[in-house]
Design a protein around this ligand. Structure first.
Ligand code: NDP
Ligand code: NDP
Length: 316
C-alpha cells in the first residue's frame, strides 16, 4: 500500500490502528500491532501512573516502531500521565472523553502528535479548531464508552470527512478488510480496530472474556447507562440487573450505585462474566477465534486489497 496522510503522520506502514481499550490493551498488544506495521495503542485509562510507566518501558523495549497512548481526559490523574508521556517521548497521543482544547497545545510544544476521538461532526470541528492532527470518528457500533448521539459509522464518517480538513480515522464495527474498504469508500484514511484485537493472543483481557467475545452472536451487545456514561456491553447478569433497575424506574443515583466501582476490571481483566462489565462492539458477533495480533492485521489487509481490487473492476 502506498503512503497516505495517516501513514505519513504516524510514520507507519499500514493505516490500521489498534484502539486503546481499558484493561485489554497493555504494552504487549500495542507493541505487537506496531511491530506488524500498524499503530499500537496503550489504553492508559485503567492504569495508575506507576503501571503506565511500566508499560511504557516495556513497550519501548519490545518495539522500535511508533506507538501511541490513549488518554481519556476524564482520568483522575491525567496530569501525571501527561508527564510520563512527555518523559518517555511517546510520539502520538489519542485523547478521548474530554475537551481537546485543554491539553493539545501542551502536547504540541513537545512535538507530540494529537488525535482526538469524537462521535459527531460538531465535536470533530471543535477538535480541528483545537489544533489536533487527526480525528477518530467512532460510530454507534463500537464497544465500551460511546457517544450519546447513536450515529452509526456509515453515517458518521462521511459527515465528519465533510466537516474537517484533517485526516479522519474510522472506528466502530470494523474488524475485517471488507469493513476497512467500506470506511475508505466513505472517505476515511485509516481505521481504528478495537473488538477484533481484544480476541488476540497479546491482549491483556482475561481468557474468559476473550472466549466470551468469540462466542458472542448477533445482537448480543447493547448500549446502555446513557444517564451515566453510555457504554456498549455484552448481555450478562450485570447487564440484566441494569435492565431490571430501569424497569423499576431507578434514578441516576441508583444506577450509579448499582454500577459501583471497578466493574470493567472485574469483567474484562478478572474474567467475572456474571458480575463484570463486558465492553465490546457489535462486531463481536463476527469474531470467531483468538489469534496473534500480527495475523489479525495481515488478514484484514489481505481482504482489504482483494475487496478494493474487486470493486475497481465493477462497471455498470
Ligand atoms: P506481567 O506479566 O509483568 O505481570 C502480570 C501481573 O499482573 C502480575 O503481577 C499479576 O499479579 C498481575 N495480575 C494478573 N492478573 C491480575 C488480576 N486479575 N488483577 C490484578 N492483577 C493481576 O504483566 P504486564 O507487564 O502485562 O503488566 C504489568 C502491570 O500492568 C501488571 O500490574 C498488570 O496488572 C497491569 N496491567 C494493566 C492493564 C490495564 O489496562 N490497566 C493491562 C495489562 C496489565 P500476581 O501474579 O502477582 O497475582
Ligand atoms: P471505575 O470508577 O469503575 O473504576 C476505576 C478503575 O480504574 C479501577 O478499576 C481502578 O483500578 C482503575 N484506575 C486506574 N487508575 C486510577 C486512578 N488514578 N484513580 C482511580 N482509579 C484508577 O471506572 P471504569 O472502570 O468505569 O473506568 C475506568 C477508566 O476508564 C476511568 O478511570 C476512565 O479514565 C476511563 N474511561 C474512558 C472513557 C473513554 O475513553 N471514552 C470513558 C469513561 C471512562 P483498581 O481497581 O486497581 O483500583
Amino acid at each position: 500500500m502506498n503512503q497516505n496522510r495517516i501513514t505519513s503522520l504516524f510514520k507507519i506502514q499500514y493505516p490500521i490502528i489498534q484502539a486503546g481499550m481499558i484493561w485489554c490493551s497493555g504494552w504487549e498488544l500495542a507493541s505487537a500491532v506496531s511491530n506488524a506495521g500498524g499503530l499500537g495503542i496503550i489504553g492508559s485509562g485503567s492504569m495508575y501512573p506507576d503501571i503506565l510507566e511500566q508499560h511504557l518501558i516495556k513497550c519501548k523495549a519490545a518495539t522500535n516502531k511508533p506507538f501511541a497512548v490513549n488518554l481519556p481526559l476524564i482520568y483522575p490523574q491525567v496530569a501525571d500521565h501527561i508527564d510520563l508521556i512527555i518523559k518517555y517521548q511517546v510520539p502520538i497521543v489519542f485523547t478521548s472523553a474530554g475537551n481537546p482544547k485543554t491539553y493539545t497545545a501542551k502536547f504540541k510544544e513537545h512535538n507530540i502528535k494529537v488525535v482526538h476521538v469524537v462521535s459527531s461532526a460538531k465535536f470533530a470541528r471543535k477538535a480541528e479548531e483545537a489544533g489536533v492532527d487527526a480525528i477518530v470518528a467512532e460510530g454507534f457500533e463500537a464497544g465500551g464508552h460511546n457517544g450519546r448521539e447513536e450515529t452509526t459509522t456509515l453515517v458518521l464518517i462521511p459527515m465528519v470527512v465533510d466537516a474537517v480538513k484533517i485526516p479522519v480515522i474510522a472506528a466502530g464495527g470494523i474488524a475485517s478488510g471488507r469493513a476497512m474498504a467500506a470506511a475508505f469508500a466513505l472517505g476515511a484514511e485509516g481505521v481504528q480496530i478495537g473488538s477484533r484485537f481484544v480476541a488476540s493472543v497479546e491482549s491483556s483481557a482475561h481468557i474468559n472474556f476473550k472466549k466470551r467475545v468469540v462466542e458472542a452472536g448477533e445482537g448480543e451487545t447493547l448500549l446502555t447507562l446513557k444517564e451515566l456514561t453510555p457504554v456498549r456491553l455484552l448481555q450478562n447478569k450485570f447487564y440484566n440487573d441494569v435492565m431490571k433497575a430501569y424497569q423499576r424506574g431507578a434514578t441516576k443515583e441508583e444506577l450509579s450505585q448499582l454500577l459501583g466501582r471497578g466493574r470493567a476490571k472485574k469483567g474484562m481483566f478478572e474474567g467475572d462474566l456474571d458480575e463484570g462489565e463486558l465492553e465490546i462492539g457489535q462486531v463481536s458477533g463476527m469474531i470467531n477465534d483468538i489469534k496473534p495480533a500480527a495475523e489479525i492485521l495481515h488478514e484484514i489487509l489481505q481482504e482489504f486489497h482483494l475487496v478494493t481490487q474487486k470493486l475497481g473492476n465493477v462497471k455498470f
